[in-house]
Design a binder for this molecule. Structure first.
Ligand code: NAP
Ligand code: ZN
Length: 425
């Protein structure tokens, strides 16, 4: 396969061409594969680069593969291009907005991929209440560090890094002091939130993000970056209760309700931890995929006979369902002392038959995403066990259609937006 050799950027050049630098970092393994490069630049450009004397200077490479800017077509002013929802139809369209300047402890993360979480959809459609429109969603973010502030010690330019569901917390409350930042009352979420400096926090459906190094995660080198972004929300949200509830051990019988973005990660992670996993899904059609992910069984949630047989057998169940449904049917499946952990967040409350808890000492818990240290631990675990998400890679132009398909449950198993291929300033 013909390859083009490009010299590493000189000081400052990476920051001047962050997107092109991210491409260089992503593709440069003993040169750049011409075919892979053709995905980002037209055939004439690739030919021109191949014809240059080797190695090609980074600046020449960057100029050649630079995409036309879409900034002039976007609404608004600012230093960042993203796609935002402006009202409860949730329709996403280009927006220019401002991110803060790079601070002493900040990294400039050039976003390569952003996962599409059902929470993005709940938020932009105002299903959880009125959001701060315009909202640029996206809290499953991975990319390359293109610049670092002068006091940053944890990252260097070129590192693969990620940002998840929150980007700051107060550092003073009991939760923050106990390294349980996710429950900080002043938590700054990645989007639909305000930074402490008064700037509106906007998410990862955008060219780049400025992130404090303490709220930025390292992505293990062996994981395919295309398949990593959803770990930052879907992965950590199910990893945390599996560990906290002691379900991360061989022999534990674990049920996973709903085989979507969170559910499929719960199956893969629990299986990698050695648990015996059963999927509860509305759809028998997902059985082969569930087994390929490491599940041992799939039960169809409308099949009352199978559910009856499975009563009192599970040590734990992780419920990831995005719409209102019956939790009592799940409680019945728990063995004595079994635990049902709800992570799915349908907008309306549900009714619980407390007798199902009392008569078998069962417990019902909820859990929100995960803390910073646990998120890094989860990413490292995925690196060690080669756990990655099953994704459908899309460009930004497809996002409104993708949201519609997510609503219909028609995704296997996470949409991931290829930002590099979609957006340029
Ligand atoms: P998703 O990909 O859409 O998956 C949800 C799954 O729920 C679907 O694949 C489907 O599985 C099942 N489902 C959907 N509608 C249903 C219905 N009417 N009745 C029964 N089952 C139904 O969504 P996701 O991104 O995984 O997110 C799932 C939920 O978790 C969302 O509410 C999201 O906001 C929430 N969430 C919570 C946290 C947290 O910190 N707790 C973090 C992230 C997301 P089957 O087709 O297999 O039945
Ligand atoms: Zn999410």
């Amino acid at each position: 396969m013909p390859r083009i050799h490009v010299s590493a950027p000189r000081d400052g050049a990476a920051g001047k061409f962050p997107r092109e630098f991210a491409l260089f970092q992503a593709m440069n393994t003993d040169g750049l594969d011409e075919q892979a490069l053709a995905k980002y630049a037209d055939a004439g450009v690739v030919k021109e680069l191949a014809g240059k004397s080797s190695p090609v200077a980074f600046e020449d490479f960057a100029q050649a593969v630079k995409m036309p800017s879409q900034a002039q077509d976007a609404e608004g002013d600012g230093n960042t291009l993203g796609w935002a929802a402006r009202d409860k139809t949730g329709t996403l369209a280009p927006l220019m907005f401002n991110r803060r300047e790079l601070g002493d402890l900040d990294v400039f993360l050039q976003i390569a991929y952003a996962g599409v979480c059902h929470s993005d959809l709940h938020t932009i459609r105002a299903e959880w209440g009125q959001p701060k429109y315009p909202v640029v969603p996206g809290h499953e973010i991975v990319g390359f560090v293109a610049e670092v502030g002068p006091k940053v010690t944890k990252f260097k330019v070129g590192d693969r890094a990620g940002v998840g569901v929150f980007v700051d917390s107060c550092k003073e409350c009991r939760q923050c002091k106990g390294k349980d930042e996710r429950y900080c009352p002043k938590l700054v979420q990645t989007y639909n939130s305000m930074h402490y400096d008064g700037i509106q926090a906007q998410g990862g459906y955008s060219t780049h993000i400025i992130s404090n190094e303490d709220y930025t995660l390292h992505v293990p080198d062996n994981l395919d970056l295309t398949r990593v972004a959803p770990l930052l929300c879907a992965g950590i949200t199910v990893y945390t209760p599996l560990v906290e509830q002691g379900l991360n051990k061989p022999g534990k019988k674990v049920g996973v309700v709903g085989l979507g973005g969170l559910g499929h990660m719960a199956v893969k992670l629990a299986a990698a931890m050695g648990a015996e996993v059963t999927v509860l899904s509305r759809s028998k059609a997902k059985e082969a995929e569930a087994l390929a992910m490491g599940a041992k069984h799939l039960l169809v949630s409308s099949d009352e006979e199978s559910l009856k047989q499975a009563e009192k057998t599970f040590d734990g169940i992780i419920d990831t369902v995005s719409a209102k449904h019956d939790l009592n049917a799940e409680l019945r499946l728990l063995a004595p002392h079994g635990k049902l952990v709800v992570v799915g967040l349908p907008p309306a409350p549900v009714e619980i038959d407390h007798r199902l808890l009392i008569t078998s000492g069962r417990s019902l818990a909820g859990s929100m995403i995960g803390n910073l240290a646990t998120t890094q631990e989860m990413l490292n675990f995925c690196g060690e066990h080669n756990v990655m998400c099953d994704v459908e890679v899309i460009t930004m132009a497809y996002i409104n259609e993708a949201m519609h398909r997510l609503e219909e449950g028609d995704v296997r198993f996470r949409f991931v937006i290829d930002i590099n291929k979609s957006l340029a300033l």
